[in-house]
Design a binder for this molecule. Structure first.
Ligand SMILES: [Zn+2]
Length: 689
């Protein structure tokens, strides 16, 4: 546990949730539960720690949501900020402050940051062409432009990203762009913006990231390296938007700060507010100190979609400012899936926290337990209701709850809940159990400090397993007749073990730990094996209470049914079959030159999730086609597959590769893609008509 002594204090952040919707289990498993476990551990180790979070309340998605719900952006952020805050509190996510980016203290600090960089000449001023809605007399944020994706032809792609194939886009990439405000075609107009030259920071970032090899999680380090490898470009720190923080320059009227020049600074402004409320010095938690050993350890807990912002853009901003410390670690998690599919807000495929709280009152620890057991620490993982049921019934009820209950019942049955002994106090006297327990504490500490929270939870459950085994071996219910002193000693040892179990459960299942401490009539202690748990002679225990209840099949069936119903109720699912397009002429049709081709080579395109670079034998030639199918097919599995290819589609450059043609794919309502392959093998170049 020596690692922890390297730092005087800790500044821990969890990603700011966006205040335009409620939270689901994927959020909890991504950036909040791991951070909360870690922070609770630090506090139990008596470390000086501040745990920071808040709502991200700016950006175009808020105004779009307000428009959709026919209300104001302020009403949207108030509604969701409060709902999100309440969900976190209910699940015991123990922020020292849950702040908001709409607060004045945050607006001031973000503007101060911008001006600091501006005055140092850190920005490049550039004009660019941006879409403008003439009816509404305003520039359009990326999200306000929709159109057809140039990669996959999805017709509702956004100006920043196609949600169908995942390609990140610029509004000008869209085919047939439309303004979401007027529904009309926008015009391009020049607009001035302030860019942070990330390319200038590239050498410094490379060196800094390289030093993190072996220390940072492999998935995080790898993603950073791949971003750096592809070369950083200047990034605009301002936007033409109507909701956000004003750019503090006279010539920038109507412009707002870019979200990454705003949201992460929210960590700092929240710390400032917390320091004001608690009589602390916020600078000790964020700024460089005269002696580096006095500096805080800054850590960002995030989901993998935020890695580039927390590992490249925000550090570059902090570096440009100069007064601030940089993150020591960014232990990002991968994604959690639900019942075989991605969690999706738009498709309402999620377990919402506010609904869980209503349907499973008082069972927050059950969800914390299951999610911690399956945290997507190194790869995507999956939540299923059957697994929830199995883990609650077979682990929480059968192992943890059962052990605590057996010991408590026997203590009350034989001794009326009174801990009495010839010595003044009762400690763990079984040397074997004591040594084994010490081993579990060691493993627990190691795993927690390496962000292996799944393994750490198993270390705690191992204490409960050990306790069950020990109690069964000792059989006090038998020896009470033949060797009453031995029975008493065995039960006392188990009682101390339960105290240790509760101690170690604190970071993971805080409510359960509190319940056990309540039954033991003991106060909560730190998380340290050396702090011996002692019952004084004559100590009175409180009545035994069940910690967990079995989850019945009906409860699970109801949840599965609910997910199925939600799926039916969402507009996307209703429109399972897209409506027919308007008629075309026969000439239009014969203008399409579709052929049978065979995939000769296939490889993933670096830095993209969805794109494969394919070489196709079209019968006419061998050519390169970029296709958005990487999430549906492994490259090595499709070589030799016959496909249908539109060969006379105008060539298009995608990610620097000239794509000549388009592979035809069938797509279902869930977005699953499948090749259109001739039923019998046909020579390459066969005409499809
Ligand atoms: Zn697309």
């Amino acid at each position: 546990m020596s690692q922890l002594n390297k730092y005087k204090r800790y500044t821990i952040t969890s990603a700011l949730p966006y205040a335009n919707g409620p939270l689901h289990i994927g959020h909890l498993a991504g950036a909040y539960l791991p951070a909360d476990i870690f922070v609770r551990y630090l506090r139990l180790m008596k470390k000086d720690v501040v745990y920071i979070c808040g709502s991200d309340e700016h950006g175009a998605a808020i105004t779009i949501k307000a428009k959709k719900e026919d209300t104001t952006p302020q009403a949207i952020i108030d509604k969701y900020h409060n709902q999100i805050k309440e969900s976190f509190e209910e699940f015991g996510i123990s922020f020292d402050i849950y702040h908001r980016t709409s607060s004045a203290i945050h607006h001031d600090l973000s503007q101060e940051f911008f001006l600091n960089l501006y005055e140092k000449g850190e920005f490049i001023e550039k004009f660019s062409e941006q879409y403008f809605d003439e009816d509404y007399d305003q520039f359009l944020a990326d999200r306000y432009v929709t159109g057809t994706c140039p990669v996959c032809s999805y017709d509702r792609a956004y100006g920043d990203q196609c949600e169908n194939c995942g390609t990140s886009l610029n509004p000008t990439d869209l085919i047939n762009p439309l303004s979401t405000l007027s529904g009309k075609t926008p015009v391009l107009k020049p607009t001035k913006h302030w860019y942070l030259p990330l390319d200038k920071y590239q050498p410094w970032l490379e060196k800094w990231i390289d030093e993190k090899e072996g220390e940072w999680k492999v998935n995080v380090f790898g993603q950073c390296r791949s971003w750096l490898k592809s070369g950083l470009q200047p990034r605009s720190m301002t936007r033409d938007l109507d909701w956000g923080i004003d750019v503090p320059l006279a010539e920038a009227k109507g412009k707002k700060l870019y979200v990454w020049m705003d949201a992460p600074i929210g960590y700092i402004s929240a710390t400032k507010q917390w320091a004001i409320d608690n009589g602390k010095d916020w600078q000790q938690y964020w700024k460089k100190q005269e002696n580096t050993e006095d500096e805080a350890c800054l850590m960002h807990f995030i989901g993998k979609d935020n890695i580039v912002f927390h590992c490249i853009i925000f550090p570059a901003i902090l570096k440009a400012h100069g007064d601030y410390i940089l993150p020591q670690n960014v232990p990002a998690n991968e994604f959690l899936n639900l019942e075989g599919e991605k969690l999706s807000t738009s498709r309402n495929h999620a377990v919402w926290l506010h609904e869980y709280l209503q349907e499973f009152p008082g069972k927050q620890d059950e969800l914390r337990y299951v999610l911690t057991s399956i945290l997507p620490e190194t790869s995507d993982s999956e939540f299923t209701w059957k697994d929830y049921q199995a883990r609650v019934n077979n682990e929480l009820v059968a192992i943890l709850g059962n052990y605590v209950n057996r010991v408590m019942i026997l203590m009350h049955k034989y001794y009326n809940g009174k801990v009495e002994s010839d010595s003044a106090s009762i400690t763990l006297t079984d040397a074997g159990i004591n040594a084994e327990l010490g081993g579990h504490y060691d493993e627990l500490g190691k795993n927690l400090e390496s962000y292996r929270f799944r393994a750490a939870l198993q270390n705690v459950m191992d204490i409960a397993r050990m306790g069950n085994r020990y109690l069964t071996e000792q059989e006090p219910w038998k020896t009470i007749k033949t060797n009453p002193e031995g029975a008493k000693t065995a039960l006392h040892n188990n009682l101390v073990l339960i105290g240790h179990l509760a101690t170690c459960l604190q970071p993971f299942l805080p409510q359960t730990a509190e319940k056990i401490f309540g039954m033991l009539n003991l106060g909560v202690t730190g998380l340290n094996f050396d702090e011996e748990l002692i019952f004084s002679n004559g100590h009175q225990l409180n009545p035994a209470a069940l910690l967990f209840e079995k989850v019945e099949d009906e409860v699970i069936d109801l949840q599965l049914q609910k997910l199925a119903d939600k799926k039916k109720a969402t507009p996307q699912a209703v429109a399972k079959v897209a409506p027919a397009k308007s008629n075309i002429t026969f000439d239009d049709f014969v203008g399409l030159d579709i052929r049978t081709g065979t995939i000769l080579t296939a490889e993933k395109i670096a830095k993209t999730k969805k794109l494969l670079k394919l070489t196709i034998d079209t019968g006419i030639d061998q050519r390169i086609v970029v296709s958005g199918i990487a999430e549906h097919y492994e490259p090595e599995n499709i070589i030799g597959t016959q496909v249908s290819i539109l060969v006379n589609l105008e060539p298009r450059e995608i990610k620097g590769i000239l794509s000549q043609g388009m592979i035809l794919m069938a797509e279902n309502a869930e977005g699953k893609l499948s090749f259109v392959t001739p039923a019998d093998a046909m020579p390459n170049g066969s005409v499809i008509r």
